[in-house]
Write a protein that binds this ligand. Structure first.
Ligand code: PLP
Length: 440
């Protein structure tokens, strides 16, 4: 894949790529120029199956005309309006449509432009909520090892993956981490593991150590995604919920990956039967076609903050220039139609058992050290080679070169196809992965 044209390499320099091996990529770029359905295409016309929905975004498949047309029409009609003090109708419409799918009682929608912004916004909502209720001492947050909550400073403080933290200090002080749930006895388990519910008691220990009355909120990904698919042990989330209730702590589900169907229900909250107080979302909300995120709050949280504010003044000093951007709202509304018309949640649920069985079929390939899976998300973990992550990185490049895109984290290959995938696509993905990792 490497090229020898120094002019190409020079031309690529100005773009500082995010979360990427800049030097290597610019020397041997792997670019795509077009996408349709489940496939990307390179400039040379090579076709790649998209095994990670881009980056967990493209639930409905690429380049959906319904979304393209809605965005184009919106940009021709109202391209932008100030989101502070002014508004446009589609933001209200989209909030109402979102609230039709969120768990009972979570029906107040605060728009952002990304998952990271949603996480930091949720932290502020939690702090503000306790303050207006007369508990301003609730300033601490609890998160978990192996967590990914985006890259803004709040999210970095919550993060449980060392590379995302070590260069940036602690971010915010006052964040404590529960242990992760990746127990060795859960290796190769399909779906939710039996072991590990008791790890939720770490939260109770923090309450005893720090005073539960000082904790504002607990942030968890209901099933950790970016680390490489860690499904919650059976009973774990219920236990977190009970401890939060006992101490008046808000439970926040970061559903940036798990939200909008990947767990086979609109949200992981419904799939696992545990309802949070706040939830974050992004990615599949617009099928990835426009940047957009949101925090959805229980009505009581919105009411507390809003009613505590002045009669004619701003109640919550937070928001983004592009909150509820008209084009993103148009994309979101078109996506709401697609979720319903294409029965995407049901399709994800129907495909999940086949998908999980197929991915676990890789268990006997030599270098595979674990497989974890839930809904339409799985991670195939490879035994590390020279340095941790080196093998995963090499494999994702080789997969690209043989016609498959996926996201790797460390030595885990994360497979999370669009929900429009059929069994034949799952087979194609698994066979391509098998071919590459068998050759190692
Ligand atoms: C759980 C979770 N939270 C937050 C984020 C950050 O989202 P973004 O990259 O849109 O800022 C991600 C991204 O993968 C995520 O998986």
């Amino acid at each position: 894949m490497g090229h020898s044209d120094p002019n190409v390499e020079t031309a690529l320099q100005p773009f500082w790529m995010p979360f990427s091996a800049n030097k290597e990529f610019k020397h041997e770029p792997r670019m795509v120029v077009r996408a349709e359905g489940l496939y990307f295409y390179t400039e040379a016309g090579d076709k790649l199956i998209d095994a990670s929905s881009g980056l967990f975004c493209v639930a409905a498949g690429h380049c959906r005309p319904e979304i393209t047309e809605a965005v184009a029409k919106q940009l021709q009609t109202l391209d932008f309006t100030a989101p502070f003090l002014r508004a446009q109708p589609k933001s209200f419409e989209l909030a109402a449509r979102i609230a039709q799918h969120t768990p009972e009682g979570l029906n107040r929608v605060f728009f952002t432009n990304s998952g990271s912004e949603s996480v930091d916004s949720a932290m502020k909502i939690a702090l503000m909520y306790h303050r207006v209720r007369g508990e301003p001492q609730r300033q601490l947050f609890i998160s978990r090892e192996r967590a990914y909550h985006g890259v803004n400073m709040g999210g970095v403080a919550l993060a449980g993956m060392v590379n995302n933290r070590r260069a940036f200090g602690v971010g915010l002080p006052g964040v404590y981490h529960m242990r992760h749930t990746g127990l060795p006895e859960n290796r190769f388990v399909k779906g939710q593991p039996e072991h590990g519910a008791e790890l939720a008691d770490d939260l109770e220990r923090f309450c005893q150590l720090l005073g539960g009355e000082n904790i504002a909120a607990v942030f968890v990904e209901p099933a950790a995604g970016s680390y490489g698919c860690l499904p919650p042990p059976k009973g774990y989330l219920d236990r977190l919920r009970r401890i939060c209730d006992a101490h008046g702590i808000l439970l926040v589900f970061d559903e940036v990956i798990t939200g909008w169907g990947r767990m086979g229900a609109p949200f992981a909250a419904q799939a696992f039967g545990v309802s949070p107080d706040l939830m974050t979302m992004a990615k599949a909300l617009t099928n990835g076609a426009q940047p957009m995120g949101a925090v959805v709050a229980k009505q009581g949280i919105y009411d507390a903050i809003t009613n505590a504010g002045p009669e004619r003044g701003v109640e919550f000093f937070h928001g983004y220039t592009y909150s509820a951007h008209p084009a993103a709202c148009a994309a979101g509304l078109a996506m709401m139609d697609i979720f319903e018309k294409d029965r995407l949640f049901e399709r994800a649920a129907e495909l999940s058992p086949y998908f999980i069985d197929a991915v676990h079929g890789l268990r006997d390939v030599g270098c595979v050290s674990d497989i974890r899976s839930v809904g339409l998300m799985a991670a195939v973990e490879l035994a590390p080679d020279k340095a941790p992550g080196a093998r995963g990185h090499e494999v994702q490049k080789r997969l690209f070169d043989t016609g498959l895109h996926l996201k790797s984290t460390g030595d885990s290959l994360i497979i999370a196809p669009p929900f429009i995938a059929e069994r034949k696509h799952v087979d194609e993905i698994v066979e391509k992965v098998r071919a590459v990792i068998s050759a190692i």
